[in-house]
Structures are given as structure tokens and as C-alpha cells.
Design a binder for this molecule. Sequence first.
Ligand code: GAR
Length: 193
Amino acid sequence: MVKFPGANHLNVAVFISGAGTNLKSLIKFSLKTKKKIIIKLIISNNKKAKGLKYSKIFKIKKKIYNFDDKTNEENILNFLEYNQIDIICLAGFMKILSTKFIKKFKGKIINIHPSLLPKYKGLNTHQRVLDNNDNFSGCTVHYVNSKLDSGKIILQKKVKVLKRDTAKTLAKRILKQEHILYPMALKKICINL
Ligand code: GAR
């Protein structure tokens, strides 16, 4: 549970690298929370990320940073502080944050991962599930700590693997569930608002 003494709303920054469909589902959810949860910033490492279009559509401030340059981290942290960001949602964000960065937002960064963690941390989750002939896969929302995809699990959703599945079809079915799971997980950790 994230504790925000005295807070009557939460400012969220969503970090993306690609299509941003999870970002879209978080924005849609936030718009139904009577301004209790506000998606205030969209941050990306990739200026070509398709999800950046939601900045214009929903009038949300966006910023692009080169996360490979660690000297930038101070700028990012300052920008988050300036915008009074309470929580960071990683949504298809394909960079690893430094331990220093994670410490600064301890317990306030969450991530969505397309597998049933602790199985299949890292990349190419769907192909690895198929290669191992697993009957189920799914998605997980978890807190971010300094070990990749290893923080405390908030919520998971199981998805059945079908005989005819390819990595692409499985990814698509899981992504649909991610769009439901991520808002539920955000709501769960902000229950005290
Ligand atoms: C999602 O499936 C998300 O779980 C995954 O990338 C996709 C992003 O889609 N994230 C990771 O693999 C992180 N390790 P989106 O940009 O449409 O939200």
C-alpha cells in the first residue's frame, strides 16, 4: 500500500517506450476517478514511441529523455518533483532504472510485465512460454525494486495458452488482460485515497 498522508489525489507519471496501449487504459481509468488519480506526465526514452500521441489526445504533458545518459537522471527526478509526482507507472518502458532512481521513489514505482512472475522475467516472455509448452501464461503488476521484474506482486491475471498460439497471438490476448489489470492494480494500491 502506498501511503500519502493528507493527500486527496495522486499525481501519476507513466513511462513508455512504444505503443502505449497500457498508458491509454490508465488514462481512461484515471478519468473515471473524479480527479483522485491524475495522469500528469508521460515520459519516454523514445521520441518515436507511438504512445506519445496520447499526450495530444488527452492534453497530458510529455517529455522525452535519454535514459542511457545517467547524468540525465537528476533532470528527470527534478522534473518529477517539480510536477509533484507521487507514483510512477512503467507501461511498456524498456529501460532499466538505476538503483539510485528507484531508491528515490522507493515503493512508488510499479510495472506491468507480460508473464506470470516470477516466471519469465526479462524479454521474449511469450516465445519462452510456448517453447516450454506451458498451459498458462498471463500478466503481472508489481512494485519495482533494484532487481529486474522481482518486486512484490500486486496483481496477476492468468491467460490460457492455446494450441494454435504463436508469440504474437498470445501477446495480443495477454495485452487485452493487461489493460484491465493495470488500472485494477493502481486502484488497489491507492485504496486509502
Ligand atoms: C506490454 O505487453 C507490457 O507488458 C510489456 O510491453 C508491452 C507494452 O505495450 N512490457 C514489458 O515487456 C516490460 N518488460 P504497450 O506499449 O501497448 O502498453
